[in-house]
Design a protein around this ligand. Structure first.
Ligand SMILES: [Zn+2]
Length: 316
């Protein structure tokens, strides 16, 4: 054993310089990104759709210096692109498969759109999904519903959209009420409604679209942004959509909105309320933008919050 760190590093350099005997070339991409947990009788699988690269400016110019400080502290790039995970969650409840959110499909470039391949890797074809539940209609959550030509990618699934979310995005009279970069959402919502005509269900807050799952209003980020509580026996999981986009920043500063918030003050108030509830009740949370697999607990840290990643388990 090397006796000092210097000797250890010198030894590692010698090993690195040795010619490789491996026949397999590097793959250059991730293995299937799936992770499963159990909530009572319900199995939930985190399925990655990839990552979006965000500029640090999305939290506002006023917060840029502090943003860079926290990114450096978290060993993340300080000048962008900042990786923002995009997760979906497949809920297997009472013999039915309900997929919460769909990632972006092909809409947001090659670091995204991994959902179909990851589902296939666990043996799930789109035709096996009974319901798709949306947290909201932003493209990184709903873009995987349709292909490039606007055809439904889930051929038989019922599409469940929060009532307030459908009402807002299907009324183009609201176009002046959203940030410039989100205005394409109106045309996309119309395309989704056409593709899923006859099987689109508008879900009121507090309703149960499938056994063990209940919706919770969490408006602000979008006018119908919705969380889902998955519960069975004594266990529960809070699927909390876009409560945070870059956890290293918005848990420390829950008052920071992102440029895509439709109602910035409402989004902040909702984030504070939900993070506070999750911390107080020690809820297991599933974040669409928490680092894959997106499962963890929220705890209070100083004026803000932190995340304790859920431990990995081989058996459920
Ligand atoms: Zn969003």
């Amino acid at each position: 054993m090397p006796s000092t760190r210097r000797q250890f590093l010198a030894g590692a350099a010698t090993l690195a310089a040795a010619p490789s005997l491996a026949a397999a070339p590097p793959a250059g991409r991730q293995v299937p990104s799936l992770y499963r947990t159990r909530i009572g009788e319900i199995e939930v699988t985190a399925v990655s759709d990839g990552i979006i690269n965000l500029p640090p400016q999305v939290f506002g110019d006023a917060n840029l210096a502090e943003s860079r400080r926290l990114l450096a502290e978290a060993r993340l790039p300080t000048d962008g692109p900042v990786p923002c995970a995009v997760n979906t969650f497949l809920v297997n409840t009472a013999g039915r498969l309900a997929l919460i959110d769909t990632g972006s499909g092909e809409a947001l470039g090659p670091t995204m759109g991994q959902l179909p391949a990851n589902l296939a890797a666990m043996g799930v074809q789109p035709g096996m999904v009974d319901l798709v539940l949306l947290t909201h209609l932003h493209r990184d959550h709903a873009g995987g519903l349709c292909d490039r030509d606007g055809r439904a990618l889930f051929p038989t699934a019922e599409l469940v959209v929060p009532e307030a979310e459908a009402a807002f995005w299907l009324d183009e009279g609201n176009i002046g009420r959203v940030p410039q970069g989100s205005r394409g959402g109106f045309a996309y919502a119309r395309q989704v409604a056409a593709a899923y005509q006859g099987r689109l269900r508008r879900l009121p807050g507090g309703a149960s679209p499938v056994a063990g799952v209940t919706s919770i209003d969490a408006f602000g980020h979008t006018p119908g942004h919705t969380l889902y509580r998955v519960a069975s026996g004594a266990d529960q999981l809070l699927v909390f959509g876009d409560m945070v986009h870059v956890p290293a920043l918005q848990t420390r500063h829950p008052g920071w909105g992102i440029a895509f918030d439709v109602d910035p003050a409402g989004a902040v108030a909702t984030r504070r309320r939900v993070l506070d509830m999750a911390a107080a009740d020690r809820l297991l949370c599933a974040g669409m933008h928490m680092d894959f697999p997106g499962l963890g607990f929220i705890r209070r840290e100083g004026d803000g919050y932190g995340i304790i990643p859920a431990p990995w388990r081989p058996l459920l």
